[in-house]
Ligand binder design. Structure first.
Ligand SMILES: Cc1cc2nc3c(=O)[nH]c(=O)nc-3n(C[C@H](O)[C@H](O)[C@H](O)COP(=O)(O)OP(=O)(O)OC[C@H]3O[C@@H](n4cnc5c(N)ncnc54)[C@H](O)[C@@H]3O)c2cc1C
Length: 510
């Protein structure tokens, strides 16, 4: 019976398991092994959840495209909006220096302000100067496109501490801007941001960017996997690959050792299970090199994966989610016998006659800016949160497990200072996070079947008829959520010996 063991239950391991449940014949067994005592404590559960279709370098572009389509299709099929906050998203770069609105009087949700959406803060007055950590920030995010700072793998922006907005192609921006003259554009502005519309530059439209809640997406994928018969071993780790030397017909097995409360049997022995396997997929994010060297101690080559830490906070803003008026308010008067209760802060300032006309906005936002000496990325999400990150200290050490990460309160304060400057003093902190992006030396993901020769002379699943063997899927850096479903698809196709749905040949070099 064909069996695949996937090491790592982050979004890449989960997407692979999920795709295998859809593509493999029913007798194909799938195991997921995860050592952390808490699921989704890694980047896969804490990321912003921004998803893009065409923000990638040529080597990654086919995968980005496939993945974006799969995100949409999955959300359409399983009500992704309700289950993991899937939403179209509009992206802007924000010239922060010119951005702050003037007074609290320009409440963006005030329905009596018929200019809302066109001229937030249009009541006049000089904007406050942006000053965060005592610094005035003058730079507008450069939207330079591929020839600017994207480099080989699209990671230069991250390592140079600027925003991912710098990788957007000039033609993508132009296209978004030329198509942005629709009647709803004003309504789609990020009114929760203390920014003047003229400080916002549209860089991508709702057709090419989206937003998800990564943790909820992981939960959904896992739920689907378990329902399809995938076995989850957690907390547990794989300790060796072995085969009975004396039995020429013996199959290769992987030993999985349980951890934590499951570590010992009732008679005090280590609890282990040996799983016969045809395929091993290493999808352990930043921990991939450790997994690899544990299982293949004599390997000639080791996938070179480092890590880049990222701090984040999520908070509630009283202006997100917005309440907004449809273009023709009169037409709606009296037409909604059971109006939805307005959940946004605008409810407080809304007249009762207009309540019936309030509708929730459908679109989320991605904001890229410069502030506080770094390049904040801010995302409004469909569950009513705002996610803020972009503080990526290069010196932060990788913990033994994602659950061992220790936050520096000073970094959280830096993020919150930016959050207050951009979203108001009264933001309500919900979560704080520190997690780690897996980064390869090329800046591109590594998605490949390994050559047996590279694995050294120990036991290994060899595969047959083009299917099976040892695979690595990692190094997605700042794009693992976006590229997850496509990665899962192509890895599962490789495992099954099929042609891949996207050309990932450039990602097989490592
Ligand atoms: C602050 C921040 C914001 C981000 N925002 C976005 C975004 O908006 N959009 C986007 O596309 N991407 C984003 N990313 C990137 C994205 O989160 C990552 O690329 C992605 O989560 C990587 O997924 P993964 O499954 O490879 O790794 P991980 O999520 O790290 O999962 C690896 C798993 O392997 C497990 N593991 C550890 N040791 C072992 C072992 N010995 N055996 C088996 N398993 C092991 C870990 O416990 C973990 O569960 C962001 C990242 C950060 C840090």
């Amino acid at each position: 019976m064909p069996t695949t063991v996937i090491l790592g239950a982050g979004i890449i391991g989960l997407s692979t398991a999920h795709s295998l449940t859809l593509l493999a014949p029913p007798e194909h067994r799938i195991h997921l092994v995860e050592p952390a005592p808490e699921l989704f404590a890694s980047a896969s559960g804490k990321a912003a959840g921004f998803v893009a279709k065409d923000w990638f370098a040529p080597a990654i572009a086919p995968l980005g495209n496939l993945s974006f389509d799969l995100h949409r299709a999955l959300a359409d099929k399983h009500n992704g909006r309700a289950r993991w906050g899937f939403s179209e998203s509009i992206s802007y770069s924000l010239d922060h220096d010119d951005s702050l609105s003037t007074t609290s009087a320009d409440d963006p949700t005030d329905p009596s302000d018929t200019t809302a959406g066109d001229t937030k803060g249009g009541g006049g007055g000089e904007p406050e100067r942006a000053s965060i950590d005592g610094q005035n920030v003058d730079d507008q995010i450069p939207v330079s496109g591929r020839n600017g700072s994207q480099g080989q793998g699209g990671l230069d922006w991250l390592l140079n501490n600027v925003s991912r907005a710098t990788v957007v192609e000039g033609d993508v921006v132009e296209k978004a801007q030329s198509e942005s003259t629709g009647a709803n554009d004003g309504d789609d502005l990020p009114h929760w941001l203390r920014a003047k519309p003229e400080a916002l530059q549209l860089i991508s439209d709702r057709k090419s960017t989206a937003q998800v809640l990564p943790r909820q997406l992981c939960e959904f994928l896992l739920e689907q996997c378990l329902a399809a018969g995938v076995t989850l071993h957690q907390p547990a780790r794989a300790t060796k690959v072995w085969r009975d030397e004396h039995d020429p017909a013996a199959v290769t097995r992987i030993r999985v050792e349980y951890l934590g409360p499951l570590a010992q049997t009732s008679d005090g022995r280590a609890r282990t299970v040996d799983i016969p396997c045809d395929s091993i997929v290493i999808a352990a994010g930043c921990w991939t090199p450790q997994v690899y060297t544990t299982l293949f101690p004599n390997a000639n080559r080791i996938p070179r994966i480092t890590h880049l830490a990222g701090y984040s906070v999520t908070f509630k803003s009283k202006y997100w989610p917005p309440v907004r008026l449809p273009a023709n308010r009169e037409a709606l008067k009296g037409s909604a016998p059971n109006p939805p209760a307005p959940s946004g802060p605008g409810a407080a300032t809304t007249t009762s006659s207009s309540v019936s006309a309030l509708v929730q906005s459908n679109v989320c936002h991605a904001i890229f800016t410069n502030a506080g000496g770094f390049a904040p990325e801010i995302f409004s999400r469909a569950n009513g949160d705002v996610w803020l990150g972009g503080l990526n200290p290069a010196s932060t050490q990788l913990p033994e497990l994602p659950t061992d990460a220790t936050l520096d309160p000073g970094e959280i304060e830096r993020l919150l200072a930016v959050g207050r400057a951009l979203c108001g003093e009264d933001i309500d902190l919900r979560t704080e996070g520190l997690c780690f992006r897996p980064v390869s030396v090329t800046g591109r993901p590594i998605i490949t079947r390994l050559h047996e020769a590279d694995l050294g002379d120990g036991a290994k699943p060899g595969g047959h008829d083009g299917a099976g063997g040892v695979y690595v899927a990692t190094g997605h850096g700042p794009w693992g959520i976006s590229l997850s479903l496509g990665t899962g698809r192509v890895v599962s196709e490789m495992v099954l010996g099929r042609e891949t749905s996207a050309d990932v040949s450039a990602l097989m070099k490592w």
